[in-house]
Design a binder for this molecule. Structure first.
Ligand SMILES: C[S@@+](CC[C@H](N)C(=O)[O-])C[C@H]1O[C@@H](n2cnc3c(N)ncnc32)[C@H](O)[C@@H]1O
Ligand SMILES: *[C@@H]1O[C@H](CO)[C@@H](O)[C@H](O)[C@H]1NC(C)=O
Ligand SMILES: *[C@@H]1O[C@H](CO)[C@@H](O)[C@H](O)[C@H]1NC(C)=O
Ligand SMILES: *[C@@H]1O[C@H](CO)[C@@H](O)[C@H](O)[C@H]1NC(C)=O
Length: 314
């Protein structure tokens, strides 16, 4: 372990550490924004206290929030609890490390599917996704030739399997780490009837595993079935870095903003972060606003490739 770390730190560009620390500060804008909203709520006083409760009238309009005093952004820095990420572990140890630490040493693909699930899962070569085979994937994989890809938001695996096929064609030894809690989102069942459910538990994770098995990519795709927030912070603590980070989980502003900030912290020097829904019907939920604000506070350029946004770290 010690030698690994030593080896890893030699691979590390000297510019990485300062960059990571620098990255943390502007992220304070996020909290600032949150605070702006909560101040708006706190400073709202209903004009009359004796109004009867109404269950049918619309909620009152809140005034636009404003901050009327200076804010110390150091105190608001969301990354202060961990001042720096660990040195990167070598890419060839990433899969083993995660299988050991997340799954007690046993790959989720081992003995899959369990007998009680086998006949309920679909074995189809058509996997539902969204822009999951766009040209951006091939463009970036050819350019970056990644050893490690972190995908934040995987669903049934369409984009992850596509990336695995591209890296196989290029003969790259790539691991694609799929960060998804595999819970979907509230209400998604209405649109995805085919995914089995048992006792209210939707089998998104099992169907994803089955899809990876069907496409023969179990050696290059590894699920990380937890929330994006806890996972990306842990990757930073464990020294798990990526050459390519794809953001495609929660599409509201706060989720996208958090995922982009945390994803950027685990990018190797020269790495690329990109994501879906910069130009789609869903973009006004907040993705584009989060991407643009992130680029602005870091003085980086937003590039567009089809429906995707792309930011080069250097
Ligand atoms: C749009 S889908 C991903 C689609 C996939 N990239 C593709 O192209 O097929 C969004 C996924 O993000 C996951 N997700 C949303 N919020 C999350 C969070 N906070 N942590 C982990 N996963 C999350 C959902 O479970 C869902 O599977
Ligand atoms: C801002 O907060 C930090 C951390 O609490 C503190 O060290 C620093 O002195 C503060 N700066 C100002 C200008 O108040
Ligand atoms: C984890 O793995 C060890 C060693 O293989 C085994 O003894 C232990 O029972 C496992 N723990 C769980 C919770 O499966
Ligand atoms: C599955 O992929 C492996 C490489 O990971 C390859 O050796 C094998 O031939 C493939 N099998 C099929 C059926 O495509």
């Amino acid at each position: 372990m010690k030698t690994e770390n030593h080896h890893a730190s030699r691979r590390l560009s000297p510019s990485l550490q300062p960059k990571i620390i620098k990255t943390a500060k502007p992220a304070a804008y996020f909290i600032l924004l949150l605070l702006t909203y909560s101040l708006g709520y706190l400073s709202y006083h209903p004009s009359s206290t004796s109004l009867p409760l109404s269950h049918s009238s619309p909620p009152p309009q809140l005034p636009e929030p404003v901050i009327g005093f200076p804010i110390n952004t150091t105190e608001l820095n969301p990354f202060r609890i961990t001042t720096r990420c660990a040195d990167p572990i070598p890419p060839e140890t990433v899969r083993r490390t995660l299988v050991d630490r997340l799954f007690n040493g046993t790959s989720p693909f081992e003995n899959f599917p369990p007998p009680h699930a086998a006949e309920k899962l679909r074995r189809t070569k058509r996997v539902k996704g969204w822009g999951s085979t766009g040209a951006v994937f091939e463009n970036l994989i050819r350019r970056v030739r990644p050893r490690t890809v972190v995908e934040v938001g995987t669903f049934l695996g369409a984009s992850a399997i596509h990336m695995a096929e591209l890296t196989r064609q290029l003969d790259l030894q790539t691991q694609i780490l799929c960060v998804d809690d595999f819970r979907g989102w509230a209400g998604f069942k209405e649109r995805f009837m085919n995914i089995p459910m048992e006792n209210g538990d939707v089998w998104l994770f099992y169907q994803f595993l089955q899809n990876v098995v069907t496409f023969n990519q179990t050696g290059s795709v590894l699920p990380v079935p937890f929330s994006s927030g806890s996972t990306l912070m842990l990757f930073c603590e464990w020294g798990v870095y990526a050459d390519l980070v794809e953001i495609d989980a929660g599409h509201d502003f706060l989720s996208a903003w958090a995922d982009i900030n945390r994803g950027f912290r685990i990018l190797r020097p020269g790495g690329v972060i990109f994501g879906h829904d910069y130009f789609t019907a869903a973009d006004n939920r907040g993705v584009r606003r989060a991407v643009d604000l992130f680029a602005k506070v870091h003085n980086l350029k937003v590039n567009v490739d089809g429906q995707h946004w792309v930011i080069y770290s250097s």
